[in-house]
Design a protein around this ligand. Structure first.
Ligand code: ATP
Ligand code: MG
Length: 399
């Protein structure tokens, strides 16, 4: 290789939890590989291979540092990715490794201290890791005389990984979101409002590897369809990292009106919610989802007291997952900001939650009273007609 020719830019994708999965490991790696490849169409990724316990995305010739690092930052947001590094692939020659290390370190600015950490995945390479650390370190010290080597708590670690036919050298490295690749944990049906909590709940389950379908209940025709548009915007954000499969939209306004006219006012909200859960369960069965997900957090609002949660649980047979049940609002907000849904969620839009609300909702509902109030409505028929009338929007997910 001529001294001026640039090395191929690569993004190294590290995963750890997948490593714990024993015999399932190959399946998970394959899933993650497909997800990364499928989601990076807008980035300069040519191909993704599994090499020596990690994935390597090979970037187009001539990809600039900024583009490479932007691609790495994007991949870091994909569930199942524990850490991402951006660097170079070079020949397994000492001179090449040294030159690639100088180049990689220049891309990790700003920094004051660094160290070299070399690893041989193949012991047929004649130089051991300790010797490589020393030799590459000496070359870097000569190239960056104003910087210092520091063994602990250094600003940058220059990694050299020697594999079968080549070496990977990188210094830019950022943490990923972790979790498991979407598509490795079955299907769920998430109740998705345009509020702050439920997009976070959905994302957390996607991060555990679930394929997440969602159902949104709008207040139409009693309210505008504004919440439906916000939910679509939220779904577009979640779609970028492959976290959402479909969104069903159900207009609940007329049924809420019917409930509000007959039901004792304090129990209204619980009846609305039980109807939502039943429709969600019906749609879940249709698309092979085995559990429901909500963004509820214990005691956050009247409908989320323990007694009221028990009353809504009793309306369905499927398990209900509440990933945020023990999470404080502030922490939910931080996650919503991180995943990019917060701004959309704070836009105001009436949905079924704001419609026909009683002045003082029950906070300690008794199931017997709730069931008695519900008995006057043709719930089974309603569930059928609402599920039948649901509109479905499909989002992009890697095959
Ligand atoms: P969020 O911020 O997610 O709207 P919230 O704090 O406003 O939650 P509630 O309105 O009591 O709380 O809703 C609790 C959960 O019920 C939501 O997290 C969501 O899972 C579900 N839910 C509420 N409203 C709707 C809706 N219009 N469509 C679908 N699911 C909903
Ligand atoms: Mg809400």
């Amino acid at each position: 290789m001529s001294a001026s020719e640039p090395y191929q830019r690569v993004v190294l994708i590290h995963y750890h939890e997948i490593g714990l999965k024993g015999h399932n490991r190959a399946k998970f790696e394959q899933r993650l590989l497909k997800n990364v490849l499928g989601l990076t169409a807008a980035h300069p990724v040519v191909t993704v291979h599994k090499i020596s316990g990690r994935l390597v995305a090979f970037l187009k010739e001539g990809t600039a540092r900024e583009e490479g690092q932007a691609c790495a930052s994007f991949i870091a947001r994909i569930p199942g990715v524990a850490r991402v590094s951006c660097g170079f692939k070079c020949p397994r020659e000492v001179d090449d490794i040294n030159r690639a290390a100088v180049e990689a370190l220049s891309e990790a600015e700003p920094f004051e201290t660094f160290k070299v950490a070399a690893r041989r995945a193949h012991t047929d390479f004649p130089i051991d890791s300790m010797t490589m650390n020393r030799e590459v370190g000496a070359v870097l010290c000569a190239a960056y005389p104003e910087k210092r080597v520091q063994m602990k708590e250094m600003d940058v670690e220059v990694r050299v990984e020697v594999v079968q036919n080549s070496a990977f050298v990188y210094a830019f490295s950022i943490p990923g979101v972790g979790g498991l690749p979407v598509g490795s944990s079955g299907k769920l049906m998430c109740l998705l409002s345009s509020g702050i909590d439920s997009p976070v709940a959905l994302w957390q389950m996607a991060k555990r590897g679930a394929v997440c379908n969602a159902v949104h209940f709008s207040g139409a025709p009693e309210t505008s369809s504004a919440s439906e548009f916000l939910v679509e915007d939220i779904a577009r954000v979640l779609e970028r990292t492959g976290c959402i499969a479909r969104v069903f939209t159900v207009e609940l306004g007329s049924h809420q009106r019917a409930i509000s006219l007959e039901c004792p006012p304090p129990l209204r909200v619980i009846l609305y919610r039980r109807l939502m859960f039943k429709v969600a369960e019906r749609l879940a069965r249709e698309c092979g989802a085995k559990a429901l997900v909500t963004g509820e957090s214990l005691g956050q609002v009247a409908s989320q007291t323990l007694d009221n949660l028990c009353c809504t649980d009793a309306s369905v047979q499927m398990p209900i997952f509440r990933p945020l049940i023990g999470t404080d609002k502030q922490d939910i907000i931080s996650t919503a900001r991180e995943i990019g849904t917060y701004r959309i969620s704070t836009e105001d839009a009436p949905d079924c939650c704001t419609l026909f609300m009683p002045r003082s909702p029950e906070t300690h509902a008794k199931l017997s009273a709730v069931e008695a109030a519900e008995a006057s409505f043709p719930e089974d028929e309603w569930v059928e007609e609402l599920a039948e009338a649901a509109r479905c929007q499909i989002f992009k997910q890697p095959k």
